[in-house]
Design a protein around this ligand. Structure first.
Ligand SMILES: [Zn+2]
Length: 277
């Protein structure tokens, strides 16, 4: 389990599962040029999970993983090679990872959801039962209608989100900067989705930026042409990505994107080379 600290805060990376992404999910990615991102099964493996932020009497979960489920490859895509062929997405490990960190679901006071895609809300309420009974669920207001509103009513993530909303636990946020705890601020970072936020953790002169899906693969650190297929507004997503990478470089902040290999905590060096801290 990856762990870092920022002042009095301790931050753990909690893995939930794995998504196997066919290379066309990354428009602009030339697999011949970036063979290092390919698994032998022919797809790009990305972890799915959450980050746990503890300190100042607070227990904040950042994102809620993929959830205890499997998904297949969409029609028209080349699935991962294997016999039997593996699923495209699989989750289920988050609560065990949370327990390993010494936290029970009822200890979580806030679930901050960077955005409302299904691989970030999977454990909010599996089968409609809220998993974090004592928590307020915080997300960007601008995501609900374009993302959740278009899903069918039996969609996994819609069922979970509507369950926590019906329980009165949801706080939809607006604006550029929303304080969540001492030194912890949600900052609007739109593009991947309209209501996407990053979480900025600052204490004792140290800084960590939990980037969510501002960036999806290390290839995008240095190659602006590489996009992600699920970006709601690709141009805005690219601007936001540059903005937050510049900000991390300028302030020597540690970054943690959701989907980088190993869910590592990284610092950007010369030429945007990312090194684990
Ligand atoms: Zn994601």
């Amino acid at each position: 389990m990856q762990r870092t600290t920022v002042g009095d805060y301790t931050i753990d990376a909690l893995a939930d599962g794995l998504i196997r992404l066919p290379t066309p999910f990354f428009p602009g990615l030339d697999p011949a040029e970036h063979a290092e991102v390919l698994d032998p099964d022919g797809t790009v493996h990305v972890p799915t999970g959450a980050f746990l932020v503890r300190g100042q009497g607070r227990t904040i979960l950042v994102d809620a993983g993929f959830g205890p489920r499997e998904t297949g490859f969409p029609a028209g895509t080349t699935p991962a090679a294997g016999d039997p062929a593996p699923p495209m997405g699989e989750g289920g490990d988050l609560l065990a990872a949370l327990a390993t960190a010494g936290v029970q679901p009822e200890d979580v006071d806030t679930v901050f959801v960077t955005h409302l895609h299904s691989d970030h809300v999977g454990w909010l309420a599996p089968q409609g039962d809220p998993a974090f009974a004592g928590a307020r669920i915080v997300h960007g207001a601008a995501d609900w209608q374009p993302l959740v509103g278009r899903l069918s009513h039996d969609d996994w993530s819609r069922i979970g989100l509507e369950a926590v909303r019906a329980a009165g636990s949801v706080e939809a946020i607006h604006g550029d900067a929303v304080p969540l705890a001492p030194g912890i601020t949600a900052r609007h970072a739109p593009g991947h989705t309209p209501g996407h936020y990053v979480l900025d953790v600052e204490a004792d002169g140290e800084r960590l930026i939990l980037l969510g899906d501002v960036i999806h693969t290390p290839v995008q650190l240095r190659d602006d042409r590489v996009r992600f297929i699920a970006d709601h507004d690709p141009e805005e997503a690219a601007r936001t990505r540059r903005r937050w990478l510049d900000e991390a470089e300028r302030s020597d902040a540690v970054i943690a994107p959701t989907h980088f290999p190993g869910m590592e905590f990284l610092r950007l060096g010369p030429g945007r080379e990312a090194r684990a801290v």
